[in-house]
Design a protein around this ligand. Structure first.
Ligand code: FAD
Length: 441
């Protein structure tokens, strides 16, 4: 049973479908027939691009999916040659490398859901909320390892219907319920310790709006990414999505940098971050939506992999394990990589699955967590970092991006690290290090 039909839940349901007779996907929301932002995924109104590493996993689960998404209107843009990317104040060199799948989140999720629901052994129960785990076996039994309690199902209630309750049995329960982290509380209720949490307060505010823009009006680029800098802790992402729609997402660290929500102030916030011609074109473009806001208070990493005791039959995935600062656009890719890791773990049999999976998930999360929290700590608005360290990080990122603006090899290494493609070891190559030192100031 998979709880939550977000990206982690859908990918995990696909992974489980190859190893179990029946998979039940339980989702609190009820889905509309057309793609729409929904209550359980309010971030769906904001830019949601998928890196090539994530797209590759989806294609592995559903061969041909990415091509179908593009045929249906999505854009698979060349990362460095078709997007205009400015990180830490420097424009990355335009090299034909990397790709980014650009669609709205409701569109991507809807297409994925359709394919998951069409699998012969998967059924979707929408409008049901998971409220508690059902467990068999003595709580607190066993020492190190995962002996003791086995989760054998989940209590569901019909969303919004008081008093409705139903118990559903399952050999394995996946918590894909997102960053709220119900799975951690469930561990406590079963007599197990909850995972230690690492949190980094970033106080990022988003505001986004979608526009209809005829082809060519915004120039040749398929997107613009301007990252925040310590001196200007604001950024934006403008990307082409399905059906000639473009989304502009603005963000800022710290309340004073949260983007405004009135139409005039919204575009004015973009200021010099967007070329004047692009701002002008957006000012007369037809808005498809109002302006949606989202507050992202802190990044959270739950260290399930360090737990010495976990119950069998219950595994948390996706944002429930690690919620990364969304400005780096890695969350869906990590969720997809975890689902692939889950499939690998299942192929080795059910014994000790949770602990084996958490070790793999920790590998998928380690580098994106490290890179994103280091970049966050360079921002003076992010509390808890010694000012000298924050300045050093700011200078290091600044020098790396200046080098990436001048040198193809550095630009490629930076992109590989940011997009979780290949090995990040390229950043440590002597030629890359030498280029960064040359650009240090
Ligand atoms: C503003 C913003 C922008 C982002 N942009 C990007 C981006 O560009 N690229 C990228 O890769 N990632 C991006 N992300 C991250 C991305 O949204 C997540 O990392 C990704 O969706 C994985 O999340 P998930 O599936 O684990 O959880 P979610 O997407 O949060 O899904 C959880 C699901 O569980 C359901 N649910 C919750 N509780 C229950 C319950 N009790 N019973 C049943 N169902 C329940 C919810 O309704 C929901 O459907 C962004 C995030 C934010 C906030």
């Amino acid at each position: 049973m998979v709880l939550g039909a977000g990206i982690a839940g859908l990918c995990s349901a696909r992974a489980l479908s190859g190893h179990f007779d029946r998979v039940t996907l339980v989702e609190r929301d009820a889905f509309e027939s057309a793609p729409a932002v929904r209550r359980g995924v309010p971030q769906g109104a904001h830019v949601h691009s998928l890196t090539a590493a994530g797209a590759e996993v989806l294609d592995g689960f559903f061969p041909g999916l990415v091509a179908e998404l593009v045929r249906a209107g999505g854009t698979f843009a060349g990362a460095l040659d078709e997007l205009d990317i400015v990180f830490f104040g420097s424009r990355l060199r335009q090299v034909p490398i990397g790709r980014v799948l650009q669609t709205s989140r409701p569109f991507l999720e809807g297409q994925l859901r359709e394919r998951v629901a069409a699998l012969p052994n998967v059924s979707l129960r929408q409008g049901f909320e998971a409220t508690a785990p059902i467990a068999a076996g003595p709580a607190r039994a066993g020492g190190a390892g995962s002996s003791g309690v086995r989760v054998s199902g989940v209590r569901l209630s019909r969303a919004g219907v008081a008093g409705s309750s139903e118990d559903l049995a399952a050999d394995l329960v996946l918590d894909a319920m997102g960053r709220a982290g119900r799975g951690a509380a469930w561990l406590r209720s079963l007599g197990y310790p909850a995972p230690a949490e690492r949190r980094l307060r970033v106080d990022v505010g988003y505001a986004s709006r979608r526009f209809q823009v005829p082809p060519g009006v915004l120039g040749a680029a398929k997107g613009v990414l301007v990252g925040a800098t310590p001196a200007r802790p604001r950024g934006l992402v403008l990307t082409q999505q399905e059906n000639d729609a473009w989304v502009l997402s603005l963000y800022g660290f710290g309340l004073e940098n949260h983007p405004p929500q009135t139409p005039e102030e919204f575009l004015a916030f973009a200021g010099a971050m967007l070329p004047a011609a692009t701002r002008k074109a957006l000012a007369v473009a037809e808005p498809l939506t109002g302006i949606s806001a989202f507050k992202y208070p802190d990044c959270v990493r739950r260290e399930y992999h360090r737990l010495r005791r976990v119950p069998e039959g219950l595994v948390s995935v996706g944002d429930a394990v690690c919620s990364l600062n969304p400005i780096y656009g890695a969350g869906m890719t990590v969720a997809a990589l975890e689902a692939r890791a889950l499939a690998r773990c299942l192929a080795d049999g059910p014994e000790g699955l949770p602990r084996r999976f958490y070790r793999e998930a920790a590998r998928a999360v380690r580098l994106p967590w490290l890179f994103s929290t280091m970049a966050d700590r360079a921002m003076p608005q992010v509390p808890g970092t010694h000012p000298a360290l924050a300045r050093l990080l700011g200078r290091a990122f600044g020098a790396t991006m200046r080098a990436a603006a001048a040198d193809d090899r550095v630009a490629i290494s930076v992109w590989n690290a940011v997009s979780l493609s290949g090995s990040p070891a390229g950043l440590a190559h002597p030629r890359v290090t030498a280029a960064v030192i040359r650009h240090w100031s």
